[in-house]
Design a protein around this ligand. Structure first.
Ligand code: ZN
Length: 441
């Protein structure tokens, strides 16, 4: 209640006459925080996000709760863990029992619209259309052997901008951009522009998942350049969207998960590992009630996005929300250690896939200093000291038994939250699309 009141105060200071702010939520697929210039990348991949961060608050350490699209986006929209909702893999349908952000805004008189850019977010694939007056999911570009699997950022943003033109306030708009997700194809000019020879040796072809293979290229720097080019493309569209939304809108920007770019020998993929590459995503808020130019180093989560937006808009939280409002963090008034961040990656077949990656079910808990990984089926665990070993190479559970035991107890509490499985409503067309991505066999 106090957090809610703090949000109201900030809002009152920023808005005249207590008017509800317009709200824009932007999510970008497969976007690692450390490949955005807004979060310190050495190449200028995200000038628009930099400008947004300069007029708002950037959270430097935000973690995703699941390294796949549908589970992570449903976490953002419900502030619940995939274990509770059952949306634990792509193509799982969010059960109606879990209220979503758009429903809350609509109930409060907002006009609501979503413009998404991947087949995985079609209504029948995920159930996330609930609460939106308009849910635009027409895909227009080929990927993964599917003629209409995705939509480029330019086109999704064109449509969102048309929706915004002359729209009466208040409105809630969600835009999901998909470009950084493989196959990386930003066009030759951007691929050249972001190419840096980092002197890495060519990859063994077996390391590169089929949907990512580009011609006969085995150069990891070439793939990385094209990934960066896709980020730039999404950011360019973001710039236009922010302009159309106007300075008066409350904005949240984040990603559903990151991407492996060679860490732990995992290349141009996500979904199986729970390391920094997979989990560390950008998070920026800007607009009414959000302090400008702040960069907050605290550990925060995708779970916290919905509670924060509702707090800033002066609305009550979603019932059963697991996240917390980050308004006290923005104002520097938060006290004590932040809550831990949980994540899980689903089982994807055997012990290892054909590229040698560990595909067993695993869960993780992260605190400001440590991350514990647990394989519940075998009881195996690894503890990483993220300060001393940012590459997460060394297991320190033997050296830090007290920390390992404390985190294991936290993780067991997380596992006890539930083991829900969303009703298997996956249509054959969605299954086909998932097989193209390698998500299904
Ligand atoms: Zn995704």
């Amino acid at each position: 209640m106090r957090r809610f009141a703090a949000g109201l105060l900030l809002l009152a200071a920023a808005c005249s006459g207590g008017r509800r702010p317009d709200v824009l939520l932007v999510t970008v697929d497969t976007l690692r925080a450390d490949h955005t210039s807004a979060f310190g990348y050495e190449l200028p991949t995200t000038p628009a996000l930099e400008r947004l961060a300069a007029r708002g608050t950037a959270f430097l350490r935000c973690l995703s709760q699941h390294p796949e699209t549908d589970p992570s986006i449903s976490t953002i929209m419900t502030s619940r863990h995939p274990r509770e909702t059952g949306v634990r893999e792509n193509g799982a349908f969010l059960p109606p029992a879990f209220p979503v952000l758009a429903e809350r805004f609509r109930k409060e008189g907002y006009r609501t619209a979503a413009f998404v850019s991947t087949y995985l977010l079609k209504p029948h694939a995920c159930g996330l259309h609930r609460g939106f007056d308009t849910y635009d999911h027409e895909m227009t570009s080929a990927n993964l052997g599917h003629e209409r699997f995705e939509r480029r950022a330019e086109e999704t943003v064109d449509r969102a901008v048309r929706w915004l033109a002359g729209r009466a306030s208040p409105w809630f708009l969600w835009v999901h951009l998909y470009d950084p997700h493989g196959k990386y194809d930003p066009g030759p000019a951007l691929a050249r522009r972001f190419y840096r020879d980092r002197g890495r040796p060519d990859l063994d072809p077996s390391r590169i998942v089929p949907y990512q293979r580009t011609g006969d290229s085995l150069d990891p720097d070439d793939y990385t350049a094209r990934y960066d080019g896709e980020i730039f493309r999404a950011d360019r569209a973001l710039g236009r969207l922010l302009k159309a939304a106007g300075r008066g809108a409350l904005v949240a920007f984040t990603a559903d998960h990151g991407e492996g770019l060679g860490e732990h020998d995992y290349w141009f993929r996500h979904g199986s590992l729970l390391d920094r590459a997979a989990l560390h995503v950008p998070l920026v808020f800007a607009g009414p009630g959000v302090p400008a130019g702040r960069r907050v180093p605290s550990l925060v989560r995708n779970l916290d996005v919905a509670p924060t937006l509702l707090d800033l808009a002066g609305l009550p939280p979603l019932p059963g929300a697991r996240g917390r409002s980050l308004v006290p963090e923005m104002g520097g008034t938060a006290r004590g250690e932040p809550p831990p961040a949980f994540a899980e990656a689903r089982r994807r077949g055997g012990v290892r896939d054909r590229t040698g990656v560990d595909t067993r079910y695993k869960a993780a808990v992260t605190t400001p200093r440590y991350r514990l990984l647990l394989w519940p089926e075998t009881g195996e665990a690894r503890l990483h000291d993220l300060e001393a070993d940012p590459g997460e190479e060394r297991d320190v559970s033997a050296a830090r038994p007290g920390v390992a035991a404390r985190l294991r107890a936290l993780l067991e509490g997380f596992l006890a939250l539930g083991d829900a499985v969303a009703p298997p409503r996956r249509a054959e067309d969605v299954s086909r699309a998932l097989r193209g991505l390698g998500y299904l066999r």
